[in-house]
Design a protein around this ligand. Structure first.
Ligand code: PGA
Length: 246
C-alpha cells in the first residue's frame, strides 16, 4: 500500500513568528502515520529547514526555476533548494500557470530541473470550471501531465502528481470524493502506461481540503494524500488533516 503524503502549501503567507508557532504545534503533534511536508515561501526556507532538520517533517518550495543558474533575476534554482534540504518543490500550481503564464512546456522544464538536482517535483494539474463544464476535464489534465511525462522520460515515476481542480482552490468548494477519484484514476492509468510503476506513485488531491472532508477524500483508492492551502496555515486544522491521512 502507498504511504499517504500531506503537503502544506503556505502560498504567500507567514511571518517568522507565525511560522515558528505553527511548526512547533505540528512538531508537537507527532508522530503521524503519513509523510508530512510544508512548502513555504523561499525567503523562509533556511529558517524552516533549521526548525525541522532533526524531525521527520519535510520541507520544500512552491516554485523553482527551469534554469540551472545565470542571469535570471528573482529566480531560485533547484540546486539552491537542494542545498537547503528541500525534499519537494511544487511545480505548475494553477496560480503560477494563471498569473505567471507558465505553459505546460515550462512546467515540464521546471520538473526536470528539480529532479536533476534531487528535489522531487509535486506537479500540479487541474481544470478550470469552464473546462469542467465543457466536459474537458480529462483532456486538460492528461495534456498537462503528458508534457511532464514526455520531458522526464525514464524519470517520470519519480514525480509526485497533485490534482487540483482550479474551481476548488480557495473557494470552499471541494471536489466530491467521487469526482476526485474519477480524475485520479485517469491520471494513474496515464502514469501506468508511461512508466509501468504507477502503483508506487503518489497522486495528491488539492482544493479546499479541510479537517472535515479530508478522511473521505483520502479513503479513495487513488488519492494518496493532499496538497493543502488555506487549512495548512492553522495548526489545529493541518494536524487534523495529517491525522486523517493516517
Ligand atoms: P486550498 O489551496 O486548500 O486553499 O484550496 C490548495 C492549493 O492551492 O494548493
Amino acid at each position: 500500500m502507498r504511504k499517504k503524503l500531506v503537503v502544506g502549501n503556505w502560498k504567500m503567507h507567514g511571518t517568522r513568528a507565525a511560522n515558528a508557532e505553527l511548526l512547533s504545534a505540528v512538531l508537537a503533534a507527532r508522530p503521524y502515520a503519513a509523510d508530512v511536508a510544508v512548502c513555504v515561501p523561499s525567503v523562509f526556507l533556511s529558517e524552516v529547514a533549521a526548525t525541522l532538520a532533526s524531525s521527520d517533517i519535510r520541507w520544500g518550495a512552491q516554485d523553482v526555476s527551469a534554469h540551472a543558474q545565470g542571469a535570471y533575476t528573482g529566480e531560485v534554482s533547484a540546486a539552491m533548494l537542494h542545498e537547503l534540504g528541500c525534499r519537494y518543490t511544487l511545480v505548475g500550481h494553477s496560480e503560477r500557470r494563471a498569473y505567471h503564464a507558465e505553459t505546460d512546456a515550462v512546467v515540464a522544464q521546471k520538473a526536470q530541473a528539480a529532479l536533476g538536482s534531487g528535489v522531487t517535483p509535486v506537479v500540479c494539474v487541474g481544470e478550470t470550471l469552464a473546462e469542467r463544464d465543457a466536459g474537458q476535464t480529462e483532456a486538460v489534465v492528461k495534456r498537462q501531465l503528458s508534457a511532464v511525462i514526455h520531458t522526464l522520460a525514464h524519470c517520470a515515476a519519480e514525480m509526485v502528481v497533485a490534482y487540483e481542480p482550479v474551481w476548488a482552490i480557495g473557494t470552499g468548494r471541494t471536489a466530491s470524493p467521487e469526482q476526485a477519484q474519477a480524475v485520479h484514476a485517469v491520471l494513474r492509468a496515464q502514469l501506468q502506461a508511461a512508466t509501468g510503476r504507477a502503483e508506487q506513485m503518489k497522486i495528491l488531491y488539492g482544493g479546499s481540503v479541510k479537517a472535515d472532508n479530508a478522511s473521505q477524500l483520502f479513503a479513495q483508492t487513488d488519492i494518496d494524500g493532499g496538497l493543502i492551502g488555506g487549512a495548512s496555515l492553522k495548526a489545529v486544522d493541518f494536524i487534523a488533516i495529517c491525522r486523517a491521512a493516517g
